[in-house]
Design a binder for this molecule. Sequence first.
Ligand SMILES: *[C@@H]1O[C@H](CO)[C@@H](O)[C@H](O)[C@H]1NC(C)=O
Ligand SMILES: *[C@@H]1O[C@H](CO)[C@@H](O)[C@H](O)[C@H]1NC(C)=O
Ligand SMILES: *[C@@H]1O[C@H](CO)[C@@H](O)[C@H](O)[C@H]1NC(C)=O
Ligand SMILES: *[C@@H]1O[C@H](CO)[C@@H](O)[C@H](O)[C@H]1NC(C)=O
Ligand SMILES: *[C@@H]1O[C@H](CO)[C@@H](O)[C@H](O)[C@H]1NC(C)=O
Length: 501
Amino acid sequence: MGCSGGLRAVRSALLALLLGFSAPPWLQAEKLGDGCGHMVVYQDSGTLASKNYPGTYPNYTVCEKKIQIPQGKRLIFKIGDLDIESEKCESNYLTILSSSTIHGPYCGNMMPVPKEIILDTNEAIIRFESGSHVSGRGFLLSYASSDHPDLITCLERANHHVKNEYSRYCPAGCRDIAGDISGNIVEGYRDTSLLCKSAIHSGVVADELGGQINVIQQKGVSRYKGILANGILSQDGSLSDKRFVFTSNGCNKSLSLEDGFIPNSHITASSSWEETSEIGESVQWSPDKAWLQVQGISWASNHSSHREWLEIDLGEKKRITGIRTTGSTMLKFNFYVKTFIMNYKNNNSKWRTYKGILSNEEKVFQGNSNYGDLVRNNFIPPIVARYVRIIPQTWHQRIALKVEMIGCRITQANNSFTHPMWQRPSQSTGVAVGKEDRTITEPIPSEDTSLGERQKKVLMAHLMHKTQVVGNRSSSPLSDISQQNLPSAIIMKRRLHKSWI
Ligand SMILES: *[C@@H]1O[C@H](CO)[C@@H](O)[C@H](O)[C@H]1NC(C)=O
Ligand SMILES: *[C@@H]1O[C@H](CO)[C@@H](O)[C@H](O)[C@H]1NC(C)=O
Ligand SMILES: *[C@@H]1O[C@H](CO)[C@@H](O)[C@H](O)[C@H]1NC(C)=O
Ligand SMILES: *[C@@H]1O[C@H](CO)[C@@H](O)[C@H](O)[C@H]1NC(C)=O
Ligand SMILES: *[C@@H]1O[C@H](CO)[C@@H](O)[C@H](O)[C@H]1NC(C)=O
């Protein structure tokens, strides 16, 4: 039933599309959206999952996505999870198509799906299709170039590993994958934590880029404290046998403690709040209260606007790898900064806005979510500057901050920054993170659909597009492939291709 139901759906959807009819309600999901879920597609690596993953993927949906890495490299895929309800992969399946081969269709949840697929090419199309079904998580996979044979998926946990020290390659896009991590960079992470998400939490890799992680396994501790860092909230965790930490390049000192406290004249603000306390005393929420190491109230601005700032002069040009912030730290004053951006400059230069690693827009950091907890954000790549400004974008009740900058002196770290994670990618143009290619959701008709000339043209355009997408070659990517076991839609495509092009 799944198969013929799927075919019928495909046919009527196509007709509705071509003839401009509105689709019946049960088809609208397919028409509007698509079967793609979380997708981070960067030119060196990425992560793809079906819609709602790890929840159940929708009925009658298609996700088709082209993956391309730089020319001359070979694509590696790692399948982290595959749970597609189907016995014969007829209308629910996943395939990976390159110009020379087709991998799959894959379905089920126990079948021998390869954990790793290495292609001869630098391009492929991932195609996921569903018919009518009741359960199934769909799929989650990662890709990278063959320069990174130690690629893992976002679902890999440290307790899968037995060695005490190892190195792996995390793909881009693991931050928003469901799954717990417990612990923090100082005490380490519980071994049940997801490796790549922990690496983003600890500031070792950027979600937008992924990268190499070096893991050291250690004896567990009795408790793991959860904190918010780099937009990820880790959980509190209980005793475990093992925990893990990431090796660090050591550029993680407190820049306000390095040479004793920075003089108060080195911290200034756009305005500060003067409060009259219950007993009639004047209380200054001045910028010198903003040092994290100083107990008591924080800095607070007199005004609430996006033009307020807190400025720190580090005395000399430093390499700044992170920032830790809290709010007022006072139960009575529920003030904190929810998001902020960073500006930086050197002696005589203009203020510049810190941008994300790939994006051309200012990077908005996720700050505090209450008045008291410490939140950390890392700068990848680091900021190299003498002056920095924290510019609050959103806040709760009133702008209030205590801060600590983390980093190191430049001379001290001269040779420590050859690690790729500190370098901008050589070609940062090209594929934008989070942006999707055109996703094809229109179904393909079966042979016996009778179509007029206009409709044929529409379909031809569609197929031409596909041919370009698949291989940059004039021949059909599917022409050498046996029809056996092929999902119906692919067979139909091939027939159409032959008869019309
Ligand atoms: C798909 O449709 C069937 C029949 O209408 C329904 O029983 C099932 O719950 C649907 N599955 C999903 C994932 O929505
Ligand atoms: C800072 O780096 C040193 C040297 O690599 C390391 O031993 C230490 O644990 C790091 N501290 C933090 C808080 O990451
Ligand atoms: C705060 O702002 C108010 C109104 O804009 C102003 O009257 C007051 O002098 C300001 N206080 C400080 C300490 O700047
Ligand atoms: C910046 O100014 C400081 C003191 O004002 C000086 O010591 C330093 O050399 C200057 N740096 C540059 C790069 O000009
Ligand atoms: C950095 O450079 C200085 C002087 O050029 C040198 O003395 C020092 O050993 C270098 N540090 C490292 C970590 O290589």
